[in-house]
Design a binder for this molecule. Sequence first.
Ligand SMILES: O=C(O)CCC(=O)C(=O)O
Length: 353
Amino acid sequence: MLLLSQPVAESKSRAGAPRKSTLGMFAAAEIPVIDLLEAEAKNKIVRACREFGFFKLVNHGVPLEAMAARLEEEALKFFNLPQHEKDKAGPPNPFGYGNKAIGPNGDVGWVEYLLFTTNPDLISPASILPPNSQLFRGLVNEYVGAVKSVTCEVLEKMAEGLKIGAKNVFSRLIRDERSDSCFRVNHYPPQPDDFHGRRGMIGFGEHTDPQVVSVGRSNNTTGLQISLRDGTWVSVPPDPRSLFVMVGDSLQVMTNGRFRSVKHRVVTSSPKAKARVSMIYFGGPPLSEKIVPLTCLMEQGEESLYHEFSWSEYKKSAYKTKLSENRLSLFEKNKFPTPPNPSNNPSSSKFLL
Ligand SMILES: O=C(O)CCC(=O)C(=O)O
């Protein structure tokens, strides 16, 4: 089945004029690269989060070749099973195997995925995964543990770069044992033969992540694109030894818009490309956490750009929206003078990215 097969190699600038997207060529020069061991890392991280909401992280200390490559191998064993076997681990309700359908609002992509909670007390698809589920679960735990730790380090550098005294102001949210974080392994199978000749197909439609921060890694296959401030889409060259850090909506709110939640998507564009496998850790706050701008960041007289909401309210609201919608706009004071009523929303937060 071909999904959203509209060519996506062209994007529109904010002014609406068609603009050639900067696929690949300029990406390496445009995308910030942060060396975590560098003394200036904290300031560079802040600059990258303000301008792009995105950066590539090197010297992060996670042994990706060993850890992620083994996890990827196990994941591929699962994704290569017959469809009826994989379906036994689905639907992702809220965690488990999903195929093409992303969320409950009709979004589809050329992707299949496994969605895990990182809370060991909750049921996870690994418990029902066919062969080697113990091994799989072990590898997920090991990988998530390592990525969570480097994510906290990055969040602490962000706080330092913003000159916030309490450097755990962001990292405490995901270190908290009630942190509502999750982990996703995506598999974008090779394109079907009849796809030949088209320029781009959506693997995962454009969206921002609602959590605080997302940290991803992929194999050596292209596909990830981010949207720049002017609306141009830029391809992110894959690098299996690096991590990619994305600012989420919650962090945008906590910084009162200083940091930018980055819009991103995955486009499968080369008919001969091998399958793309990506794994993303989504660092989320506890459900009851109020997501509000940090007072220590606010200048005198500065007001919050957003109505106050808890993470649980935001999840419920986001659950109702399509992937590409600006979920945060409902909470923006300048767009909606009165806060949305979260009780109108379904109580379930299943399927939320
Ligand atoms: O595959 C990727 O690199 C990104 C996927 C993504 O944006 C997501 O799973 O939310």
